[in-house]
Ligand binder design. Structure first.
Ligand code: SF4
Length: 432
């Protein structure tokens, strides 16, 4: 299987029948219902009606595309698998930058494509050993070098069964076999994509001129098959591109949330994580509750064990921050001395004190722990039967008894900007 160039001499049907036999349910065809994808689907359906087909539903597709899913079900008996983006990521992006952010800059458009297409596709591909897409060499300059079969990260194979087909061959196949066509072709479209980002083309324009028509760069791509600079995405290329972009936007640093149980450390840190991710940052959260089931499994709640837990979390934060990642720790971490010890070891350490009076927490008592602690049923409970030493000079203090999580996130974000730790250019993404 190592010499993939041997597939160059094979026909599209031969490549597809080989993949179906070899990989079975671990092979799938990706399509946005363009002509090429429909030809591949039609070819594959001649070998089996079991072939898997999936599409990315970005949430901005034209109605006609949903109609195609029904057409395929009726014509081929194939139920198209639909892949959605992470709702929370899209929600955050659109809330921050507006529903039509893609018109404001190439960077904004690529971020939208990343959240709505690239990441969902990556998730889907994790479940597959091989997949097929409709790229053809003659379509654009950036597609001129695609192979019939390519190996991606982790060994997964990507098939371009029509790599060497001409437009005339595609048209001829469709006419001969009566392959169903996306209705927008009849209205002058030559490429099918999201509704707000695709238009019909004028006579003499290139096949992909209707995609992101307001952009001038001829290499424009959504990032699924190619990096933003037009280079083919192969093993590791996507990650490398993301890393380069992220390293220009932020430094590696540690945000250390400390505060009593139930004060809102996890809620605020997760909201901040989403906001940072939506901005393109590389970020990891080490939540105290989760850490205790893995990294600190077996540790108890004595002062020694609590200090050891903090040191372990600090060690991981240091590693992450050193490699350019934003590490967010959310742990009660009640003792000042060990927090300061961790601070001294980690460059760019930002302490966030999540303040909230014990009386309010006892009233809130989300996990029912305060009630038990006050009744003497829980030992070593911070704030009741164990001490909590509030920071004396935290970089930022938020108070969940009168601030909303969003207000706290804004406050922390402003501190990060003031400290020069995040350099996100938010202006191009802002719609006035
Ligand atoms: S094509 Fe447009 S709407 Fe669709 S994901 Fe990309 S930028 Fe967003």
């Amino acid at each position: 299987m190592d010499n993939l160039t041997r597939f160059e001499a094979a026909t599209a049907s031969e490549v597809l029948s080989w993949a179906i036999d070899r990989f079975g349910a671990s092979f799938a065809i990706a399509t946005s219902f363009q002509k090429e994808g429909m030809v591949i689907l039609d070819l594959a359906s001649r070998f089996t009606s079991e072939v898997r087909v999936f599409t990315l539903d970005t949430g901005r597709l034209p109605d006609e595309t949903y109609g195609m899913m029904e057409t395929i079900r009726k014509r081929y008996g194939i139920v198209v698998e639909i892949v959605f983006p992470e709702a929370a990521e899209v929600e955050q992006l659109v809330t921050l930058h507006g529903p039509n952010l893609f018109y404001s800059s190439v960077q904004a458009r690529q971020r939208c494509c990343d959240l709505r297409k690239v990441r969902p596709l990556a998730r889907k591909l994790e479940t597959l050993q091989a997949w097929a897409a409709g790229l053809r060499r003659e379509q654009t300059e950036s597609r001129a070098g695609v192979g019939r079969v390519e190996r991606e990260a982790g060994g997964r194979l990507k098939l371009h069964p029509l790599a060497d087909w001409s437009t005339a061959q595609v048209e001829e196949y469709i006419a001969r076999h009566g392959v169903p066509l996306h209705p927008l072709y009849a209205r002058g479209y030559t490429s099918i994509g999201c509704a707000p980002c695709t238009r019909a083309v004028e006579a003499g324009e290139s096949e992909r001129a209707g995609r992101w028509w307001w952009e001038e760069d001829a290499k424009k791509e959504c990032g699924i098959h190619f990096a933003p600079d037009g280079r083919v995405r192969r093993a590791g290329a996507a990650e490398a591109a993301a890393e380069t972009e992220a390293s220009e936007m932020h430094k590696g640093f540690t945000l250390w949330f400390t505060g009593l149980s139930g004060a809102g450390k996890s809620t605020i840190s997760r909201a901040l994580e989403l906001k940072l991710r939506a901005a393109g940052a590389r970020v990891e959260v080490l939540d105290g509750d989760v850490v205790r089931t893995h990294l600190s499994k077996g540790l108890g709640f004595s002062k020694e064990d609590r200090d050891e837990n903090v040191r372990r979390i600090g060690f991981v934060c240091e590693l992450l921050a050193r490699n350019g990642v934003i590490a967010i720790a959310a742990a009660i971490s009640p003792y000042r001395e060990v927090r300061d010890e961790v601070r001294a070891r980690i460059p760019n350490f930002v302490e966030v004190f999540v303040e909230c009076p014990v009386e309010v927490l006892a009233e809130r008592d989300v996990k029912g722990l305060y009630k038990k602690a006050l009744a003497g049923e829980l030992q070593n409970f911070t704030g009741i039967s164990d001490p909590y030493e509030a920071p004396l000079s935290a970089e930022v203090t938020v108070n969940s008894s009168f601030e909303t999580p969003d207000e706290s996130v804004e406050k922390i974000w402003a501190t990060l900007e003031r400290l020069g730790l995040v350099l996100f250019d938010r202006s191009p993404l802002t719609h006035e």
